[in-house]
Design a binder for this molecule. Sequence first.
Ligand SMILES: [Zn+2]
Length: 303
Amino acid sequence: MTCPDGPVGAGVRRTGRGAVSAAFVHLHVHSHFSLLDGVGSPAALAQEARRLGMPALALTDLGWAHGAVAFYRAAREAGIQPILGCEVLFDPVDDPAVRRTGGGRAGGGRAPLHHLTLLVRDETGYRHLNRLLTAAATGSAGGPGGGAVGGGGAASGLPRVTPALLQQFGRGLIALSGCPQGQVPALLRAGRWDEAVRAAAEQRDWFDAYYIELPYRGEGEEARRLVGSLLRLARVLDLPVVATCEVHYPRPQDAVAHRILRALGDPGRLVPPCTPPTSWPLPPPAPGRCRPRRWRLRFLLTL
Ligand SMILES: [Zn+2]
């Protein structure tokens, strides 16, 4: 359950030590507890990770951490280190009234929700993750001083986590800035550099550790541009980076089942097989095909 030294993924910088690990441990992984977006049980993922020789594996289901206990037991049984976590739905606006009007954004409209990847660092982090999700789901938080903190409720069907909740329960947690739907990547994709820097600097202070997540989404121009911007931002704020390769199913042959599952949640549209790929089986992409070899080299050079 513990993750004492921070994330261990491809291209991770060990701040202050100067060493760079090339080992790959998946830190952004969905099981079938990510409803309509994950194929395979936590146990299947743990067993496949073991078969592939991985020493550890994270579980970061979307919105909830219902698979945590099953995953912890299965990973222990498989002899790998479980890293518990959750990809939370992050609402950057605390005040519901402001949120409804778009957070003061030009043009109004409802403020968008973002993804944020959280990993449990220790027992405190596990307790905080549970309290965070409970508070976000019920719209209240029982902190040491009691009283409600705006959680946003679960109107979307998933708990919405706000800055106030993360400030209250961020200790013991390690955060990654998220997939392209994360707040920081979304601002970068929109060309809002200053806001992205401000958002990352703010999020950094809520957690025990904060990493800029470099999501591998193929080698298209847009994906490359995003990674370049994220690396630049990491340099500006002196933040460590971690590469992720978002997993939604344990084996390559589960890809069809995953596409069908996605289609159930998005009626009338089957996700095309490879245009562009946004999720992967558990093994890192094969060398020479879609492994971000060049990007890894850039990570090493940049860091
Ligand atoms: Zn995810």
